[in-house]
Design a protein around this ligand. Structure first.
Ligand SMILES: [Zn+2]
Length: 118
């Protein structure tokens, strides 16, 4: 069995366990019928998983100690990480984003790809 198949099977196992626990309290009024209510709940779980994955992975992304200032093109230094609220396709997420400071412009900036070396 390929790794991706194993991972997919594990996700199915864990997600189903979580979803079934959650569905114990399912209110069929949450949809037009029981099937709609289950689908609505599954979509909510998927959205929550997407947000959790983005939040988790954004904290682990490598970032360079320096990055080019988008305004003047000089090097700015990494100053730390800040949290930013975004609207993803699956709803709001909190992203950890590296912040740089440009001494020439005396401004903070946030490169679109902080992992890239310039
Ligand atoms: Zn600058």
């Amino acid at each position: 069995m390929a790794t991706s198949d194993r991972v997919r099977e594990r996700i199915r196992e864990l997600a189903l366990k979580l979803a079934l626990e959650d569905l114990d309290e399912l209110d069929e009024e949450d949809g037009d019928c029981w099937l709609d209510a289950i689908e609505n709940r599954a979509i909510e779980i998927g959205d929550a998983l997407t947000a959790a994955l983005i939040e988790e992975r954004s904290r682990d992304r490598p970032c360079a100690g320096e990055s080019l200032c988008p305004q003047c093109g000089k090097l700015g230094r990494y100053r730390g990480s800040r949290e930013r609220e975004l609207i993803s396709r699956r709803g709001p997420v909190t992203l950890a984003e590296p912040e740089y400071y440009c001494p020439a412009c005396r401004k903070a900036f946030f490169p679109s790809d902080p992992g890239a070396r310039h």
